[in-house]
Write a protein that binds this ligand. Structure first.
Ligand code: SAM
Length: 338
């Protein structure tokens, strides 16, 4: 039991359940911890206190507290996380206040154009994974077309999206000479994200989605979000400073399957590089790119996922319509299952 080792090293460090979403179990555990602390203090006051004298019964109770906590995490994983974590749906009725990342057929407005039209190839984009009845974590839903398609396939979706505030600057590459914190740029970027969020909420309302959204950064996700059956990362890792950290963080929260869809690129996926786990830095002094950090080879993920315990891996290739460029873009999807 890991708690016991740390207890031996430092008697004051009892297994912590601080910051954990309190349940009746947790309250009992907290009361028990407080009682045990008093018991330890009393023992220490006798001066004959030794850790070997820690009563067997006390070990058992501390172990039970750990078990109760693990049981609670498992419960949160199967139930929904507390609703207070999630954003209150924004009432958006006007498409004019939205920026659409995805082209989508809206029930009230018909077809609207976005940067990407994933409609013809959505099944390949999702890696063909069975989603019915699954609790799904989606990182970076943008306008929510993929959220809607996952929900249509029977998933209960929790999406994580960057907030429309200064926190989003963590996601940009700091190219010299481009001041992203300059007030005008800042307002422009916030406005762009607000309009993107609007598109999500408009899609959410028109399709009557149940998907919940947490606005925050992947680096500090609350434990109370729980665990998921499937995690979907669609064209998001290329925009993240620490893509492997993100995959690790998702792996910790995923019980069954991780799906990673990303852009194919000659710089990472050329014939002479195939078979190698390649991650190429994209921004340079010449292209002055702030938004895209990386290009990956599919092997980068098909090697990482089994190492993280998702040993059953498939890689597929598909083309999707990059409507903004008026051309198709090759992509890959890596599906890793435990
Ligand atoms: C290129 S879009 C992909 C949209 C969608 N996942 C898809 O596959 O069509 C990237 C999305 O990820 C979001 N994003 C970028 N970095 C993020 C982060 N660290 N945490 C959560 N979302 C992030 C962006 O705001 C944007 O909505």
């Amino acid at each position: 039991m890991p708690g016991i080792r740390s207890l031996r090293a430092n008697p004051n460090r009892l297994p912590s359940i601080v910051g954990f979403q309190e349940s009746p179990d947790d309250r009992t555990a907290l009361a028990e911890l407080t009682r045990l602390r008093a018991e330890i203090d009393a023992l220490r006051a006798t001066r004959t206190f030794r850790w070997t004298r820690w009563p067997r019964e006390a070990y058992r109770r501390v172990r039970n507290i750990g078990t109760a906590r693990r049981r609670r995490v498992a419960e949160i994983g199967t139930a929904d996380a507390p609703t207070s974590l999630f954003a209150t749906p924004r009432v958006v009725t006007d498409v004019a206040g939205c920026d659409f990342y995805h082209s989508i057929d809206l029930p009230e407005n018909g077809s609207v154009d976005g940067q990407w039209d994933l409609r013809p190839g959505i099944e390949q984009y999702l890696g063909g994974v069975k989603l019915s009845g699954k609790r799904v974590l989606e990182i970076g839903p943008a306008s929510g077309y993929v959220t809607m398609e996952m929900e249509r396939r029977g998933a209960r979706v929790v999406s994580i999206e960057l907030p429309d505030s200064a926190a989003m600057f963590n996601a940009y590459f700091p190219v010299a000479g481009i001041d992203l914190t300059n007030a005008t740029t800042h307002l422009e970027l916030e406005d762009r994200l607000r309009r993107l969020h609007n598109s999500f909420w408009l899609v959410h309302r028109q399709f009557q989605l149940s998907a919940q959204i947490y606005y925050g950064h992947m680096d500090s996700l609350p434990e109370a979000l729980g665990v998921f059956d499937v995690t979907f990362l669609g064209c998001v890792l290329l925009h993240c400073p620490n893509p492997l950290g993100m995959v690790l963080s998702c792996a910790e929260r995923t019980r069954e399957t991780i799906v990673i869809t990303d852009v194919r690129s000659i710089s990472a996926d050329a014939p002479d590089r195939q078979g190698h786990p390649v991650c190429v830095l994209y921004p340079s002094a010449e292209n002055r790119e702030v938004h895209t950090w990386w290009r990956f080879s599919p092997e980068f993920f098909s090697q990482a996922l089994p190492a993280l315990g998702f040993g059953d891996v498939t890689v597929t290739f598909h083309d999707q319509l990059h409507a903004a460029a008026g051309a198709t873009q090759p992509l890959f999807t890596v599906v890793g299952s435990r």
